[in-house]
Design a protein around this ligand. Structure first.
Ligand code: F3S
Length: 424
């Protein structure tokens, strides 16, 4: 791999052992991927979570734990301040709701100690999979090193930033060095479309964008779909849902909607001269297929848990839920969680939304999610959600049934305890 002078110096140890080890790791990783060089990054997002087992195993030493998992070093190295702007993504719990998450005092102490250590090394505690909703909004062309499939597909496609879907070790190393291998979605070549999807039905609203994304992800896998035939401008939250769905049923990290997403104004630009494009269509039959797939595990119409916010909700989404919920109460024995970044929770509280949600018997939860934290109210059997991603993952992860529908379908299910959603 070709190295610049500053990289050579870092590799020789001029900036200390942690950065030296981190760079060694990135060179091995990049070489295995066929990268010929590294690229500078000043925007890294990762999960630096010491789970309970890891925390105990390393006697509470975050340096020892992350030396092993982040730097591939058995020898504990004291981690210095990060070099790149770095943010913590979603974590495994919301410290405010230990009890309903099934967490105890030890988890609480671990969580707070983890946060303290992250602050010490300079990692910004955004604690969300949607940092782009709360201030970390990369610009077009910016090289990033982010984890989390829904965030990666959003910033690559909607914002035109450049990242691959990184892992724990590569994001830790990127935080410390400000470098990441230059390959994959950092390059123009990799970002060109491979499939054209002709959309033949109107797509409007969160549920419909989830269905379209779910269908496309299943068809294209890890390729780059180009969506044609969209006549109603999607909202940011529609695109957030769409990308997360494509990354769940498939492994999409980048898509184009010419004229709407960042890289391409036209179909020609989206394909960039590539030939052998695969043609697909999305019509009534494909829409019905996606809806049925996402409701495949639902048989019991008695719903005991409703969740919103995968990816984490925006303030507009919280407001929509509040409008549907205000003055009502969820069914006794049912649970409803609305997930947000903690910054949005602050905003919701100042606007009175948190109180409305709590008065209705629901919870506005931040920092975590059921899939990442393996969290769910005790005894949950049947969940309803407006998230295609959670409807895809949670039934198999948590052994529950799930219903997928509109935000309104889901709020109604929380209030009545019954699922009445259907494809209209
Ligand atoms: Fe975010 Fe958890 Fe969904 S990390 S994208 S809310 S699975």
């Amino acid at each position: 791999m070709k190295l610049t002078d500053d990289e050579k110096a870092m590799l020789d140890g001029a900036e200390g052992k942690a950065r030296q080890k981190a760079l060694e790791f990135l060179i091995r990783y990049g070489t295995a991927l066929g990268a010929e060089r590294l690229v500078d990054t000043n925007n890294v997002g990762g999960y630096m979570i010491a789970d309970r087992a890891g925390y105990q195993k390393f006697g509470g030493s975050f340096d020892a734990l992350f030396s092993l998992t982040g730097l591939d070093s058995e020898e504990p190295i004291e981690l210095p301040k990060v070099k790149a702007f770095s943010c913590q993504f979603e974590t495994d719990m919301d410290p405010e709701y230990c009890k309903i998450e099934g967490k105890d005092e030890e988890d609480y102490k671990r969580f707070r100690a983890n946060e303290k250590w992250l602050s010490k090394i300079g990692v910004t505690l955004m604690c969300t999979c949607t940092p782009y909703l709360v201030g970390n909004v990369p610009v077009k062309g910016e090289h990033c090193a982010w984890m989390e499939s829904s965030a990666v597909v959003y910033i690559n496609s909607v914002l035109g930033a450049r990242t691959n879907c990184e892992g724990n070790a590569s994001t830790t190393a990127a935080m410390l060095t400000g470098k990441i291998p230059y390959w994959g979605f950092h390059t123009d070549e990799h970002r060109r479309g491979t499939h054209r999807i002709q959309v033949e039905v109107p797509v409007k609203g969160l549920m419909e964008w989830g269905l379209l994304g779910y269908y496309i992800g299943k068809q294209v896998g890890e390729k780059v779909p180009v969506v044609d035939g969209i006549h109603v401008l999607p909202s940011r939250d529609d695109l957030k849902q769409f990308g997360a769905a494509t990354a769940s049923s498939g492994g999409v990290e980048m898509y184009h909607i010419p004229g709407i997403t960042a890289d391409a104004h036209t179909l020609e630009e989206a394909f960039g001269g590539r030939t052998g494009i695969v043609e697909l269509k999305y019509g009534p039959a494909e829409r019905k297929w996606a809806y049925e797939q996402l409701n495949l595990i639902g048989t019991d119409k008695n719903v005991d848990f409703v969740m919103f916010g995968c990816p984490h909700n925006s303030i507009q989404q919280v407001e929509e839920i509040v409008k549907l919920l205000e003055g009502k109460h969820i069914k006794d024995g049912s649970h409803m969680w609305v997930l947000v970044p903690h910054t949005i929770k602050d905003l919701a509280t100042r606007n009175g939304y948190t109180k409305i949600i709590e008065d209705a018997g629901a919870v506005l939860m931040s920092d975590t999610c059921p899939a990442l934290g393996h969290l769910m109210p005790k005894g949950t059997k049947v969940m309803a959600t407006n998230s295609a991603k959670q409807a895809h993952y949670l039934p198999s992860m948590m052994g529950i049934e799930a219903w997928y529908g509109t935000t309104e379908d889901c709020v109604n299910a929380a209030i009545t305890g019954r699922w009445e959603g259907e494809l209209k």
